[in-house]
Design a protein around this ligand. Structure first.
Ligand code: NAD
Length: 475
């Protein structure tokens, strides 16, 4: 049994949840404590009590702690990557890569702790100096989803601590293993008691108490959860940052390099079981290349192995749980009901171990008005929308309530440049999958995908600090 971490102590919960391997439902990884609302409130109080001291530690102390976390993650990447794959279902190489990414994020923000920006501006009044400073916000509530169990917590916790904030971290209840391992590393990295707290359990039960106990809340999750959290945060007038869903278009033009386009589509739509907010779920393809593109993607899908996440032969692991599998199947059925063709896959598969295996599904003959192209599936399902030309492709790409990532495959500088300027998304890719990002640059979307300041890179300073303008008159 793994416990919550509150005020520097490992604390049992009121209850516990089993962490089940989606590649093999008979494999229970461990049991993880569920925090009560009282425990969450206690963690918030502990963080609040510690905040003034932590906020005034030297940047070097915080940098050293973050660097130590990054170092241990790197050293244990194989073990922790395996744990991650076991609980989430992405293949082991992706699990290890995610742990490395988390380490890189901690090391990046170790550096940022030593580079907290400020400004000196000449006053309009004689003899007065103006300093613009950045200070920590206070206690940050961090709520994360299940699809990146290590990287998303890292890119929220690392900047929070780097800039001198305290943390209340609540991971998704489906993947407490990576979160617990990360908390254990942070607990031993020289962070004082109360600065970092782990509270596990369902957000529907403890989420409100968490939002009520913090000075700022950052959440990555679905739109309904984000909306609820934002309303509560605004009610308390606290800072709020949300990263939510996507329905990301990848445009393929007649002049595209077919191999690059197919690789971008297959990687972006289906790798990591399509369970990425940046997944290329709408493939918007012009008429001249449509049939060749669909044939080449299908040929590639035929060769992909769906199986146990820890098997070296596997390209695509299982769906994360039964509920998500049912949701994926229901989206496919609705699409077929609306006239889409199930061109490939979309079948539940049996493997040696009982798990949630689904063959990658390519839907063709879809229109952008169909539900499959309006709502996020969050599974290995992509639909092809046939369009006449670039102008129609751009219009279809931007016709969505979301605006996280977008991409175009083309050899035309003119169209690539125009798309970069006119895509209504926060991330734009040219001849690359819509998913797969660098760790040191800003990340986030527009419209229904994101709310509040950007995450990651130097831009993280906006959310995790508060600006103070100081006026000084020399005597
Ligand atoms: P979810 O919204 O169900 O849960 C996300 C987190 O919110 C979990 O920790 C959950 O316990 C918590 N939560 C649930 N109800 C809550 C409440 N009432 N108050 C506070 N917290 C609550 O999402 P999920 O199923 O874990 O993740 C999938 C979603 O996350 C998808 O929509 C996906 O697009 C999105 N996502 C977005 C990004 C991004 O950066 N834009 C990245 C990854 C995932």
């Amino acid at each position: 049994m793994r416990h919550n971490f509150i005020a520097g102590r490992w604390v049992a919960g009121d209850d516990a949840l089993a962490n089940i391997n989606p590649s093999d439902t008979g494999d229970v990884i461990d049991r993880y404590a569920v925090a009560s609302r009282e425990m969450v409130a206690e963690a918030a109080q502990a963080a609040r009590a510690t905040f003034p001291a932590w906020a005034h530690t030297t940047p070097l102390q915080r940098a050293d702690a973050l660097d130590a976390v990054g170092g241990e993650l790197l050293a244990r990447r194989e073990e922790l990557g395996t744990l991650l794959s076991r609980e989430e279902g992405k293949i082991r190489t992706d699990g290890i890569a995610e742990v490395v990414r988390a380490a890189q994020v901690f090391k990046f923000f170790a550096g940022e702790a030593l580079r907290i920006p400020g400004e000196k501006v000449a006053s309009v009044r004689p003899g007065v100096e103006v300093d613009i400073m950045r200070e920590p916000v206070g206690v940050i509530g961090i709520i994360t989803p299940w699809n990146f169990p290590m990287a998303i917590p890292a890119w929220k916790i690392a900047p929070a601590l780097a800039y001198g904030n305290c943390v209340l971290f609540k991971p998704a209840e489906l993947v407490p293993g990576s979160a617990w391992a990360l908390a254990d590393i942070i607990a031993r990295a020289g962070v004082p008691s109360g600065v970092f707290n782990l509270v596990m359990g369902p957000g529907s039960v403890i989420g409100d108490t968490l939002v009520d106990g913090v000075d700022a809340i950052t959440l990555t999750g679905s739109v309904p959860t984000g909306t609820r959290v934002a309303q509560r945060a605004v009610g308390r007038m606290i800072k709020c940052q949300l990263e939510m869903g996507g329905k990301n278009p990848l445009i393929v033009l007649d002049d595209a390099d077919l191999d690059i386009a197919v690789e971008a589509a297959v990687n972006g739509a289906f790798f990591q079981t399509g369970q990425r907010c940046t997944a290329s779920s709408r493939l918007v393809v012009t008429e001249g290349i449509h049939d060749r593109f669909v044939a080449a993607v299908t040929e590639r899908l035929e060769r992909l192995v769906v199986g146990h996440a820890l098997s070296p032969e596997t390209h695509i692991g299982p769906v994360v749980d039964e509920r998500q599998l049912e949701q994926d199947l229901s989206h496919i059925a609705t699409a077929e009901g609306e006239g889409a063709q199930r061109h490939w896959g979309g079948l539940v598969l049996e493997r040696d171990t009982p798990g949630f295996y689904l063959s990658p599904c390519l839907l063709t003959e879809t229109t952008n008005a169909m539900r499959i192209n309006r709502e996020e599936v969050f599974g290995p399902v992509a639909s092809v929308v046939r369009v006449k030309d670039y102008d129609e492709a751009l219009a279809v790409a931007n016709d969505t309530p979301f605006g996280l990532s977008s991409g175009i495959c083309t050899t035309s500088l003119k169209h690539a440049t125009h798309f970069r300027a006119h895509s209504a998304a926060g991330l734009v890719m040219v001849n690359l999958p819509t998913a797969g990002l660098d760790f040191h640059v800003p990340f986030g979307g527009r419209k229904g995908s994101s709310y509040g300041p950007r995450e990651q890179g130097r831009y993280a300073v906006e959310f995790y600090t508060s600006v103070k303008t100081a006026y000084v008159r020399a005597m």
